[in-house]
Design a protein around this ligand. Structure first.
Ligand code: NAD
Length: 350
């Protein structure tokens, strides 16, 4: 039986802890801010060490989605879910269906989608018990968000190169990509086709072989990707790659990648600015995946609309870079401010 318990957390619209012992479900759904619409964001399945670790993660992630969806221009607030489990060992169909019932219990205040540990098949299963799930392609509409995310990052990288180097394209620029997975590999293709020179790093050897054979990429160890002699560093693996240890090794003058939470601590935002490094705020540049999910939910998804929205990511970043330069402030802080302006306008209009 699905049990639920609402947690009163200041600053969050609604956080609910769900448990279903028979189905092996232990999950939290958090909606941070629903000013612009229902919370929308993926579900992450991860073997958190304890309840508080999962709660902290879902709070951080749902808050991030509020900002991402606001600047992504979709009518959704910030939401996210976590399931306490190892997706490789513990995940069962019963667990996923029980999670679907938990989503349904939120009564439209939260829409779920994929995040790490969740597959398209899981979303299909969730859709058998609730209408509040999206992110799988049907009849050429929507689908796997990774290629869209890669295209958005590529547009964002072009905008950063234009602003920082006055470059009309990525041709001749050297780009180091840390993590050539679903997003990183597609991004590598786009950079290569535009005439960029690639340096790649990954922990998965077959991905490195592929990047080398398809794009002539130079290969470096993961810990050296940040220090590669390149113009642009693109973190596309895990979060936290810009931190107090790596920042002084950074050679690139632009940081533009797909990973979430690229800055391990908030002070890295100003530290990058002070070093003359242009940082494309992660939640702005990597938003195309959730934009696709949002358009799928609202029924506005089309190839043309997606292309327009992806191009818009470059424009939004251009605006952020401009304002940051004018005001002598770091780009991450300016992005937060712009997102808050969008939400404030939404509040007024409501
Ligand atoms: P993925 O799992 O397909 O790819 C990640 C790649 O990074 C893999 O090839 C993996 O081997 C490699 N990797 C993992 N740990 C590493 C390490 N320590 N050093 C070097 N390489 C390492 O994931 P993805 O879907 O390509 O997403 C990449 C990043 O972008 C993630 O941080 C994800 O949260 C973020 N993101 C993805 C999307 C999307 O649409 N897929 C949207 C927004 C943000």
């Amino acid at each position: 039986m699905l049990k639920h318990r609402e947690l009163a957390v200041s600053g969050w619209q609604k956080i609910v802890h769900f448990e279903d012992d028979e189905a092996g479900l232990n999950a939290i759904i958090a909606v941070h801010d629903a000013t612009l619409g229902p919370g929308c964001g993926g579900c992450r399945i991860f073997p958190y060490g304890d309840f508080d670790a999962g709660l902290e993660d879902v709070k951080r992630l749902s808050r991030g989605m509020t900002f991402k969806n606001a600047l992504g221009g979709i009518p959704f607030g910030g939401g996210k879910a976590v399931i306490f489990a190892d997706p490789k060992k513990d995940k069962t169909d019963d667990m996923i269906r029980a999670f679907g019932r938990a989503v349904d219990h939120m009564d439209g205040l939260y829409y779920t989608a994929e995040d790490s540990g969740v597959t398209e098949r899981d979303i299909e299963l969730i859709q058998t018990v609730t209408q509040y799930a999206a992110g799988i392609g049907k009849d050429g509409v929507g689908g796997n968000p990774s290629p869209f995310t890669a295209h958005g990052v590529w547009r964002g990288m072009q905008a950063a190169a234009r602003h920082r180097f006055g470059a009309a394209s990525l041709e001749g620029l050297r780009v180091s990509i840390l993590g050539v997975g679903a997003v990183g590999m597609e991004l590598a293709r786009l950079v290569h086709e535009e005439g960029g020179k690639l340096v790649v790093a990954d922990v998965y050897a077959p991905a490195l072989d592929e990047a080398k054979s398809r794009f002539g990429a130079e290969i470096v160890a993961p810990e050296d990707a940040v220090a590669a002699d390149v113009d642009i560093f693109s973190p596309c693996a895990l979060g936290g790659s810009i931190n107090e240890k790596t920042i002084d090794r950074l050679q690139a003058k632009v940081v533009a990648g797909a990973a979430n939470n690229q800055l391990r601590t908030p002070d890295m935002d100003e530290a990058l600015r002070a070093r003359g490094v242009l940082y494309a705020p992660d939640y702005v540049i990597n938003a195309a995946g959730v934009i696709s999910v949002g358009l799928e939910i609202t029924g506005q998804w089309s190839n043309d609309e997606m292309t327009r929205r992806i191009d818009k990511i470059g424009d939004t970043l251009g605006e952020i870079f401009q304002r940051a330069e004018q005001d002598g402030r770091p780009t991450g802080a300016v992005a937060d401010e712009l997102a808050q302006e969008v939400i404030a306008r939404g509040r007024k209009a409501a």
